[in-house]
Design a protein around this ligand. Structure first.
Ligand code: AP5
Length: 212
């Protein structure tokens, strides 16, 4: 199963991606997590990506397409993967489908998490993340311990109000067109109501993923 999670910043792609991957026994890959780890480790890729990420802009397609190839050909992804935020522009969507076709594979489902904008702003404004494993939290302050790995919780630079506003604008301008692209290309696209309890959203997303 290869599933691409789509949705605006704060829609819960990270939260649900982790849970769906655990349920399905396949890895979750998030380009945001990979890029933040590269920034933290001071790699060439990280240094190139940092300014884009801090502003809330997208990292250039060329960087992301290179990352996709590494992910899709890695042994962990043989049985499939939950791809969280991996596709954010039409060229990335096209690049992914071509890469998969060359490997004799395809995207089984695009899952669009649907949340109203005022809820997104509230979620992102209140988020902390583990600086080690990147698990997102709500209602825990910076400096608290991660319940999963014991790492320290921090606020993301791009969760400052100006960056949040820019990320929402960038989503509408560059990522929302992927939804129309998927419809035009007759891809299997399912929309999931991503409001309410986390567990109920996982149930809805799993049902959408597993039904024919
Ligand atoms: P990325 O890290 O992917 O950021 P994002 O897309 O903006 O998404 P978020 O991580 O902010 O939100 P989410 O949907 O995962 O929500 P979460 O589960 O955390 O990317 C960061 C940057 O990297 C990009 O801006 C870009 O620069 C770059 N990048 C990455 N991929 C790229 C690509 N393909 N191309 C180009 N550039 C790329 O939840 C949010 C909060 O809400 C949490 O606090 C959570 O606890 C809470 N929450 C979750 N579910 C619920 C619920 N049901 N009710 C209440 N609260 C909830």
């Amino acid at each position: 199963m290869i599933a691409v999670l789509l949705g605006p910043p704060g829609a819960g792609k990270g939260t649900q991606g982790e849970r769906l991957a655990a349920h399905l026994g396949i890895p979750k890959v998030a380009t945001g997590d990979v890029l933040r780890a590269a920034v933290r480790d001071g790699t060439e890729q990280g240094l190139a990506a940092k300014a884009f990420m801090d502003r809330g802009d997208l990292v250039p397609d060329s960087v992301i397409l290179g990352m996709m190839k590494e992910v899709l050909t890695s042994p962990e992804a043989v049985r499939g993967a939950i791809l969280d935020g991996v596709v954010r522009t039409v060229p990335q969507a096209e690049g992914l489908t071509v890469m998969l076709a060359e490997l004799g594979r395809k995207v089984d489902k695009f899952v669009l998490f649907d949340v109203a904008e005022n809820e997104l702003v509230m979620r992102l404004g209140g988020r902390t993340v583990c600086e080690n494993c990147q698990t997102p939290y709500r209602g825990l302050e910076s400096g608290a311990d991660c319940e999963k790995c014991g790492g320290t919780l921090v606020r993301r630079k791009d969760d400052e109000p100006e960056s949040i506003r820019n990320r929402l604008r960038v989503y509408e301008a560059q990522t929302a067109p992927v939804i129309e692209w998927a419809k035009e290309k007759k891809m299997c696209l399912v929309k999931v109501d991503a409001t309410g309890p986390v567990e109920a959203i996982t149930d809805r997303a799993l049902k959408a993923l597993l039904e024919e």
